[in-house]
Design a protein around this ligand. Structure first.
Ligand SMILES: [Zn+2]
Length: 258
């Protein structure tokens, strides 16, 4: 087995080193050569580097987004029409630069809005002086997006970050522990959606993620469901009051007849 792997790795290393550009990031090369199966191309090496560092990719993507800022006239909206690039659910992070109206075009990352350079890198290491016109994602932003939209896939890394302790009870995390958003995403949509865009992304990133044991998670979900039900009832009360109050300019509701 190891002979097969050794042979494969020798070939992959030779292929990678043959095409290696002089300015290829040293940290990525060092990562690639440490892998049990060495990636045979520079692109695969970059992808592997970020895939193994989702927390760093999350931080970088949010920092790049902060550099772009929120486009003028943009607000977080949901939609059903795929053409305009709006997401149908508040579970998907808001992404103005994925929307047709605000997209910056080829050579720019659709997640953070910044220029994409060779190999999906986020800075112009090669001094090309222009973005890569064929790219619309940073290699780091691909991983950040996967992390934001499917955090349970990163359970192991998130557990390690908490020294395998439950974030709510402090007890040891069990095998059935689950990833949870501290501020639930429905509350992000209902209470925080007018916050500036790069700041909003933190609700999907590491600052709002925690791993908790299943029983603690069930309790939290039940509390949240009760809170949502209470809020729906309050909203309904307000709507009823508004309906009664609206026809009269002085604010006195119309008396119920009969
Ligand atoms: Zn990006």
């Amino acid at each position: 087995m190891s002979t097969w792997r050794d042979e494969r790795n020798q070939k992959a290393r030779a292929r990678l080193e043959k095409r290696l550009s002089a300015l290829f990031p040293g940290c990525v090369l060092a990562h690639a050569l440490r892998q049990p199966l060495i990636p045979p191309t520079q692109r695969r090496a970059v992808e592997s580097y970020w895939r193994h560092r989702p927390l760093m990719a999350d931080r970088l993507a949010r920092a790049l987004a902060a550099r772009s800022g929120q486009p003028a006239g943009w607000q977080w909206r949901l939609g059903r029409d795929k053409e305009n690039g709006l997401a149908a659910s508040f579970r998907v992070p808001p992404a103005p630069y994925r929307e047709a109206a605000f997209a910056r075009g080829p050579g720019h990352c659709c997640v953070c809005g910044q220029s994409v350079y060779r190999l999906g890198w986020h800075c112009d290491l090669w001094d090309d002086g222009k973005p890569n016109r064929n790219a619309t994602w940073h290699a780091a932003c691909v991983v950040a997006w996967q992390f934001w939209t499917a955090p349970p896939d990163h359970l192991r890394m998130l557990k390690l970050r908490q020294q395998r302790r439950c974030a709510t009870t402090g007890r040891r995390l069990l095998k059935t522990a689950e990833v949870d958003h501290r501020v639930p995403l429905f509350a992000v949509w209902s209470e925080h959606r007018t916050r500036p865009w790069p700041e909003l992304l933190a609700f999907w990133g590491a600052p709002n993620l925690q791993v908790i044991n299943k029983t603690a998670h069930l309790e939290k979900c039940a509390d949240e469901a009760a809170e949502r039900a209470k809020r729906r009832m309050l909203d309904a009360d307000i709507r009823i009051e508004e309906e009664w109050a609206a026809p009269l300019a002085d604010g006195n509701p119309i008396p119920i007849s009969g």
